[in-house]
Design a protein around this ligand. Structure first.
Ligand code: SAM
Length: 280
């Protein structure tokens, strides 16, 4: 029988730190549902970001081949020695994951891996963007995020939730909300509800596209939501009006479009036509 969180914290004289986004999960049923929705099998290597007191880690370790967890707060070391005792397929790295290179993390993981994380909300966007842009062996990310962020991740073009991060996700795969999680499930209770989003990476999606160049166009496209895309391209990419209009026409995008109406595929096509226009 696992010990309740409040006893573990009291035993170790530990108070949770708001600055590290320490809102912990304790509900065993919810934890196994997260692992199930993440599709973890005994063949999987899992990267968990922010292990906290190890409640999700334990659940992951029961289903996965191996779990590597990152935790910034070294005060949790004795807690984790206790809560993860006896598990021989878990390794914890006490480092700030934001300061790690994805290539170094991937080297230590060996091959393909899945991310499962109850992320501290203040690093959600940079973490997700960093893995989308740099991960090579990642196959899926199942992450707890604020409900409104979940809506943004899977939004349709032209909707108010659609943004640069939606396009970034759709360039590598697709996202869907797999679980809604009310705020009361966390200790301490935060002031927002959450959801688990699963981002599946499609290995050869847009194979051959220059994604670095596409991301530059996306950045320009969303740089000012009130402006038309043509003006954002002129300002962001240093194109002449004629070049920007020619590129849009070649890509089949109406000249009056705004950046938030284009799909990931539209951005890939636009990137190719911008390259053609720039090369004369
Ligand atoms: N996984 C645990 C759970 O579900 O109960 C804890 C989740 S809590 C929302 C987020 C955890 O991430 C905290 O333990 C916090 O200390 C850790 N954390 C915050 N920033 C981090 C960073 N930059 N690198 C690694 N861990 C971090």
């Amino acid at each position: 029988m696992e010990k309740p969180l409040k006893y573990i914290l009291a035993e170790h004289k530990l108070t949770l730190k708001k600055a590290f986004g320490q809102n912990f999960l304790t509900d065993g049923e919810l934890l196994s549902e997260i692992v199930e929705k993440a599709g973890i099998t005994p063949d999987d290597t899992v990267l968990e970001i922010g292990v906290g007191a190890g409640a999700l880690t334990r659940q992951l370790a029961k289903c996965a081949k191996r779990v590597i967890g990152y935790e910034i707060d070294t005060r949790l070391k004795p807690v984790l020695d206790d809560t993860l005792f006896g598990l021989n397929n878990v390794g914890i790295v006490f480092k700030d994951v934001m300061k790690e290179k994805i290539s170094d993390i991937e080297k230590s993981l060996g091959g393909e891996y899945k991310i499962v994380a109850n992320l501290p909300y203040y690093i959600t966007t940079p973490i997700v963007m960093n893995f989308l842009e740099n991960a090579v062996n990642l196959t899926s990310m199942s992450i707890m995020v604020q409900e409104e962020v979940a809506a943004r991740f899977s939004a349709a073009p032209a909707s108010s939730d659609y943004g640069a991060i939606t396009v970034a996700i759709n360039l590598r795969g697709g996202a869907k909300t797999v679980l809604k999680v009310p705020r009361e499930k966390f200790t301490p209770v935060p002031n927002v509800d959450s959801a688990v989003v699963k981002i599946d990476i499609e290995k050869n999606k847009f194979a051959g596209a220059d994604l670095v160049a596409v991301r530059d166009i996306v950045r320009a496209g969303f740089s000012s939501r009130r402006k038309m895309l043509v003006n954002n391209l002129i300002n962001g990419l240093k194109l002449t009006r004629v070049q920007a209009e020619t590129a849009l026409t070649k890509a089949g995008v109406p000249l009056t479009s705004r950046g938030e109406t284009l799909s990931a595929l539209d951005y890939v096509k636009l990137s190719e036509s911008v390259k053609a226009v720039k090369n004369g």
